[in-house]
Design a protein around this ligand. Structure first.
Ligand SMILES: NC(=O)C1=CN([C@@H]2O[C@H](COP(=O)(O)OP(=O)(O)OC[C@H]3O[C@@H](n4cnc5c(N)ncnc54)[C@H](O)[C@@H]3O)[C@@H](O)[C@H]2O)C=CC1
Ligand SMILES: O=C(O)C1=N[C@H](C(=O)O)C[C@H](O)C1
Length: 324
């Protein structure tokens, strides 16, 4: 990781005013594709400053880079774990030195970030062990936030987010095509509940060795498949973290051992004569980083339009046509 020193000055910019076009008469109504283009260009005209916690982590760093790539303003301050804040001090993101803030100093840092960056959106890619505390902190500070971090006490996390009245996107999966797969399963479950009754479900997820929790995406997909009639418990999801199994049995390329997500969901009929296999294999992290930027822009748009709904997931973002 590129460690830099010094400071970059980012002036606090307000958001440009949104220019909502009124709906045209019926015969000139835009096609869904035109709607999607319009919605994306409207969101692209928003330019919320974005703060990523934590830029020292693999996903946080990839997301901060995606923020810069999208031409958005990256707040050059990031909350991080106690040890990194002390040992590293600051971290370079695409040439921008980002100052790291110790958990014990985050409230005073938040006050100055709030004052300096109106229209701020926070992004959280931290750890299952700290995500609840972070969400409670964002909620107390009344800042819109996107949470990609998995694990923790999800029920409490959702309760805290709802009670705060903040705008938030919370989802264990930010990759557009995987979100589309999740949305399709949800639709199938809604239209054809119990379609896979009697089928046996087996789920395997393989990730880099450091991933502590069971995949949040796998848990969400399992919840959708349960509605289709093939429930299993979260403990039955097989977690693969060892390199030789990953390369030899699962087919993970060696260069992606440190960053991959290979998921297989296998449904087998009771008599063994019918099998369905759903699989999504992702190498690297850019698919999530790009989707997270889409989520932040979507959220800024919801704040701007004073949306009644305040808590969203990535299926909402996808349905809004807000994913590039
Ligand atoms: N929603 C999605 O699409 C995706 C979600 N994830 C999730 O994102 C999370 C992070 O994953 P990685 O980046 O691979 O982990 P990582 O271990 O590389 O990074 C975690 C970071 O959190 C920081 N941290 C620890 N305590 C903190 C605190 N109190 N405040 C702020 N930062 C703190 C650490 O310093 C570290 O830099 C995991 O839960 C993972 O499952 C990962 C990929 C995609
Ligand atoms: O930790 C990861 O890497 C990933 N985490 C998310 C999850 O837990 O589902 C998304 C993806 O699998 C990558």
């Amino acid at each position: 990781m590129n460690v830099l020193t010094g400071h970059t000055c980012h002036g606090a910019t307000g958001w440009p005013k949104l220019n909502f076009t009124t709906l045209p008469c019926h015969q000139h109504q835009p096609s869904p594709r035109q709607y999607r283009r319009r919605s994306l260009s409207t969101m692209a005209s928003l330019s919320p400053p974005i703060m990523v916690n934590s830029c020292t982590g693999k996903m946080g760093h990839a997301t901060a880079e995606a923020v810069v790539r999208a031409g958005l303003q990256l707040v050059p301050i990031s909350f991080t774990g106690a040890s990194e804040a002390v040992a590293v001090g600051n971290v370079g993101v695409s040439g921008i030195p980002v100052e790291l803030v110790h958990p014990g100093e985050r409230q005073s840092a938040m006050e100055s970030v709030k004052a300096q960056y109106p229209g701020l959106v926070l992004i959280d890619f931290t750890l299952p062990s700290v995500v609840n505390d972070n969400v409670a902190f964002y909620a107390r500070n009344k800042i819109p936030f996107v949470v990609g971090t998995t694990g923790g006490d999800r029920e409490k996390l959702m309760q805290d987010a709802r009670a705060s009245n903040c705008y938030a996107v919370i989802a264990p999966q930010m990759g557009k095509q995987v979100v589309a797969f999740q949305a399709t399963l949800e639709l199938m479950a809604k239209e054809f509940p119990g379609a896979f009754s009697g089928y046996k479900l087996e789920v395997t997820e393989s990730h880099q060795r450091q991933k502590a929790d069971t995949s949040g995406t796998a848990k969400a997909v399992v919840a959708s498949i349960a509605k289709l009639g093939a429930p299993i418990t979260e403990d039955e999801i097989v977690k693969v973290r060892d390199a030789s199994t990953q390369m030899e049995s699962i087919g993970v390329p060696e260069e992606h051992l440190s960053g991959h997500a290979f998921h297989t969901y296998r449904l087998t009929s009771a008599d063994g004569n019918v099998e369905f296999v759903f699989q999504h294999n992702v190498c690297g992290r850019s698919i999530y980083a790009e989707g997270t930027v889409d989520a932040a822009l979507f959220l800024a748009n919801k704040v701007q339009e004073k949306s009644e709904q305040r808590i969203f997931d990535m299926i909402d973002v996808l349905k809004a046509g807000a994913m590039r």
